[in-house]
Structures are given as structure tokens and as C-alpha cells.
Write a protein that binds this ligand. Structure first.
Ligand SMILES: Cc1cc2nc3c(=O)[nH]c(=O)nc-3n(C[C@H](O)[C@H](O)[C@H](O)COP(=O)(O)OP(=O)(O)OC[C@H]3O[C@@H](n4cnc5c(N)ncnc54)[C@H](O)[C@@H]3O)c2cc1C
Length: 453
């Protein structure tokens, strides 16, 4: 397994080898494979765009009535044109394909970095007023530095352990560990007791300084989906077409949708999350090792609870706050969007997310208000609207993104990636930049390159 950076270097070379000019679409489809793609998230859209550029005929089938999948911008306030993200939020400074595509499509990336406040054990600490212990900071800097010398064997060994155990073995103090749990579980979507130590260390050692929480697309991340669709052509993208069956026979793939429509092609790119994959009737059936891998992989439970307030009482554009109570992680979701009103998102994970998702609006208001009280006093009356999206209940994913647990990165992922007859697989869960839009795009482009050269 290459490191994330090595991987990106090699895919960049691959792309350079096939030399495609940004925006150029080749309309000569004669002799080119006809490709069907399942899923119009970033993996499917990136694959379709790349294939269209190479002159292939593409049909993109999407079960929802919108494109973008887990990239889901939402207009929270029409009067002040305030847009928030119910799915993917941050574009990382190391996310080269995302940045390049935004540049090609003329989309502006706005700074989306935050200065973290903390509420811990009932006590509020403003930004700059809290930190890890000096002892742990020194130890952690060494851990990150040492990662550069890890062999493949070291990484595979590390993968057998969870991140909580790894930190504990390294002698982290109880307070440092509790704060790391709060911060890191926000990244992975579940307690760090469930996360592979390799997946975690690789992410922190190879990330930008702010852990890829750097930018956001002006107007909402869904604008990138819209640009993809514009280039691909909406006539090639069919919404409300849920694929229920895939038949592969004599080099032809035929897919059947729940509305009775069928489509045939030379190749298929399947970009759906594993839960959705398991609901498709595969003929012939998927190999047993792939079924086992699908059944082994969990997805993180994340709830995004957006609150519109009548004023921005937090008084800082770059406000965010980690708490050890129900609201978990709060951030200013309308950063760089002028207006009197403003939004915070409460980003909860795991059991907290699951519990909150089932409660009524009054409970949610109280939950948020109680979480913010140590820092701001009673703010309940300032809430004018709230919107909740719980990804743990999403009908396609049943989670926000894949959660590689102990021993799964080097065993499960390669199996899930494996081509099956004329079908290639892509999506966030198969990426070195796993859990990111960047990863979804790279896997989609890779699958397209494998098919069309
Ligand atoms: C709460 C949350 C926060 C996140 N935060 C970030 C972040 O800050 N930064 C970042 O880079 N990434 C983040 N991500 C991850 C990012 O959203 C994903 O990595 C990426 O969008 C996944 O793209 P994909 O194409 O692999 O999958 P998806 O976007 O899930 O696309 C798959 C598509 O397939 C469709 N589909 C499923 N089954 C079928 C079927 N049978 N037939 C037809 N269509 C089907 C689905 O409707 C969906 O549109 C976040 C995700 C969530 C949920």
C-alpha cells in the first residue's frame, strides 16, 4: 500500500499520460466502450466526466432525485441567502484533484479554517485558552515524525490495533486522551476505540496542518456537482433510477432499475456505498470474499444539526467549539457569508448522533442551548430555525462514510476494490483519501482510466 501522497503522485502521472485538457469533451464515440455508472455522487460524476472527455458513451443512474450524493448543500435562509452543508464540508489543502477541478470549473474556494474553543467538564476555555500538555505535544510530534520510517509491515501491524489503544500504549495522560477522543472521533464519526490505528495515524501524519479542514466552495460544495453535470450533460444523468439488478453475461452488462427501465453497456462502474451494493441483485452473484468484505465494513454515524440564529452571538467568523456534552462539535456554518442571521452546526457522532436524531425539535433546542451555556449563557430564544440530517439513517449509506476498524484497511479494502467481470468499483470507501470528496473523485477517475485507457 502506497502512502496517500505517493498514490496521488502516481495518479497524477497516470492522468498526465492520458493528457486530457480541462473541459475538453471528445465527441467521437465510435469504437469506445459504452459505460453505465451507478451513483451520481462525486465518484460517479468524476468517472462520467473523465469518460466523456475520452469520448465514451456514458449513462449515469442515480436513485435520488438529486445529484451529489453525500455532498448536500442546503439553503437554510432564503432572505439572507445562507447556504450550509448537510454532508461534506471541508476541502483540504492537500486535496489536489478537488482544488484542480474547482480551478478548471471557475469555482472559488473560501477559507474555512476555525480556531477551536473548548467546553470540558463544565468549564469553558476560549480559543488559545486550552491545549494538550507539553509532554504529550512533544510525544505526538515524535509519533508523527516516526511515521515516515514505517515499513509496510509496520503499517500492517499497526492496523491490527485501535487508535485508542495505540495512544494509551504511547503513555498519553487521561485528560489529553479524553480531549483527543472528542476531537478525533469528530473526524472518524465514532469513538476512537473503533478506529484502526493505521487509518488514524496515516490521516494525521499525511494531512495538511489543519487536518484538511481548510476550504469550502463559495455558494456551497454542491456547485461542483452542478459543474460536473453541466459538462457531462443532464441527458446522460437519469435521476430516480435506482438500480436493483446487475446482470453480466458474455461481456455485456445489463442493469435493471426499480422503475422497470433497463440499460446495457460494455462496462459498469459501481460507486455506491456498501449498504446499497448489498441490496443489488448481482447475476452472477458477487464472489464470496467480496460479500464477506461488504458484510464486515461499518459506516460512521454522524448527525448534522444546523441552527439558524437571529444574531451571530459567537462574534467570530472562525468560531468553532469542541464540547464533551451532547452537542459535541459546533462550528460557524455561515463563515464568509454576510448577514445578520447566522448558523452553527452541531456535529454529533456515534451513539450521541443516533439518540439526538430521534428526539423532537424542543429536545434538540434544549440540547444545543445546554451545550453552549457555559460559553454564552442562555441562547435558546435566539434560535429561529433548525434542520437535522442523520446519516446513520440515510437509505443508501446507513452512515456518513466508511469506518475502517481494526485489521480492515489492508484486508477488506483491496477485496472491495477488485474488479468483478466487467464491473469496476469506485467510491469514498475505496480511496487512500478515504472519507473525503477527494478520495471519491480519484477512485472515479481511476476506474474511468482503467476502462478507457
Ligand atoms: C456528514 C458528512 C460529513 C462529511 N465531511 C466531509 C468533509 O468535510 N470533507 C470531505 O472531503 N468529505 C466529507 N465527507 C465525505 C464525502 O461526502 C464523501 O467521501 C463523498 O461525497 C462520497 O462520494 P461517493 O461518490 O463515493 O458516494 P456518494 O456521494 O454516496 O454517491 C453514491 C451515489 O449512489 C447513489 N445510489 C446508491 N444506491 C444506488 C442504486 N441502487 N442505484 C442508483 N444510485 C444509487 C446514491 O444516492 C449516491 O448519490 C462527509 C460526509 C458526510 C456524510
Amino acid at each position: 500500500m502506497s502512502s496517500r501522497r505517493d498514490f496521488i503522485k502516481s495518479t497524477a502521472l497516470l492522468a498526465a499520460g492520458s493528457l486530457i485538457l480541462p473541459g475538453a469533451i471528445n465527441i467521437n464515440t465510435i469504437g469506445k466502450p459504452k459505460v453505465i455508472i451507478i451513483g451520481a455522487g462525486f465518484a460517479g460524476l468524476a468517472a462520467a466526466y473523465r469518460l466523456k472527455q475520452k469520448g465514451c458513451e456514458v449513462t449515469l443512474l442515480e436513485s435520488r432525485n438529486r445529484i451529489g450524493g453525500r455532498v448536500f448543500s442546503h439553503l437554510l435562509d432564503k432572505d439572507e441567502d445562507l447556504v450550509i452543508e448537510l454532508g461534506a464540508e471541508w476541502v483540504g489543502a492537500s486535496h489536489e484533484r478537488m482544488i484542480a477541478l474547482c480551478k478548471d470549473f471557475g469555482l472559488e474556494l473560501m477559507n474555512n479554517q476555525f480556531d477551536s474553543h473548548l467546553t470540558f467538564a463544565g468549564q469553558y476555555y476560549p480559543k488559545g485558552g486550552w491545549d494538550y500538555s507539553n509532554e504529550w505535544k512533544t510525544k505526538f510530534a515524535k509519533i508523527i515524525g516516526d511515521y515516515g520510517n514505517y515499513t509496510l509491515e509496520d503499517k500492517q501491524k499497526l492496523d491490527k490495533m485501535d487508535w485508542w489503544r495505540f495512544l494509551t500504549n504511547k503513555g498519553i495522560s487521561e485528560r489529553d486522551l479524553q480531549i483527543r477522543e472528542l476531537l478525533d472521533s469528530t473526524d472518524f464519526g465514532e469513538s476512537i476505540r473503533h478506529v484502526s490505528a493505521y487509518a488514524a495515524l496515516a490521516e494525521y501524519a499525511e494531512s495538511s496542518e489543519r487536518n484538511e479542514m481548510d476550504f469550502k466552495i463559495k455558494g456551497g460544495n454542491s456547485r461542483l456537482s452542478d459543474k460536473f453535470a453541466e459538462k457531462i450533460g443532464m441527458n446522460s444523468i437519469l435521476l430516480k433510477h435506482k438500480v436493483v439488478e446487475v446482470q453480466q453475461l458474455d461481456g455485456t452488462v445489463t442493469v435493471k432499475c426499480d422503475n422497470g427501465m433497463t440499460f446495457s453497456g460494455d462496462n459498469l462502474i459501481c460507486t455506491v456505498p456498501t449498504y446499497a451494493l448489498s441490496k443489488i441483485n448481482w447475476k452472477p452473484g458477487l464472489p464470496e470474499e467480496k460479500i464477506d468484505a461488504v458484510n464486515s465494513l461499518q459506516y460512521a454515524r454522524i448527525s448534522k444539526h444546523a441552527l439558524l440564529f437571529n444574531e451571530r452571538f459567537w462574534n467570530e467568523e472562525a468560531f468553532d467549539m469542541v464540547t464533551d456534552v451532547y452537542g459535541h462539535y459546533f462550528y460557524h456554518a455561515t463563515k464568509n457569508q454576510p448577514g445578520k442571521k447566522g448558523a452553527l452546526i452541531s456535529y454529533t457522532i456515534g451513539d450521541k448522533a443516533d439518540v439526538i436524531s430521534r428526539q423532537n425539535d424542543e429536545f434538540k433546542k434544549n440540547m444545543v442551548s445546554d451545550s453552549l451555556k457555559p460559553a454564552f449563557g442562555d441562547i435558546k430564544d435566539k434560535i429561529v430555525n433548525q434542520v437535522n440530517y442523520y446519516w446513520g439513517a440515510d437509505e443508501n449509506t446507513k452512515g456518513a462514510y466508511a469506518l475502517y476498524g481494526k485489521g480492515q484497511w489492508f484486508t477488506i479494502m483491496p477485496v472491495l476494490k477488485k474488479k468483478f467481470l466487467s464491473t469496476y468499483f469506485a467510491g469514498e470507501h475505496l480511496a487512500d483519501w478515504q472519507g473525503f470528496m477527494e478520495g471519491a473523485i480519484i477512485t472515479g477517475e481511476e476506474a474511468a482510466d482503467e476502462i478507457a485507457g
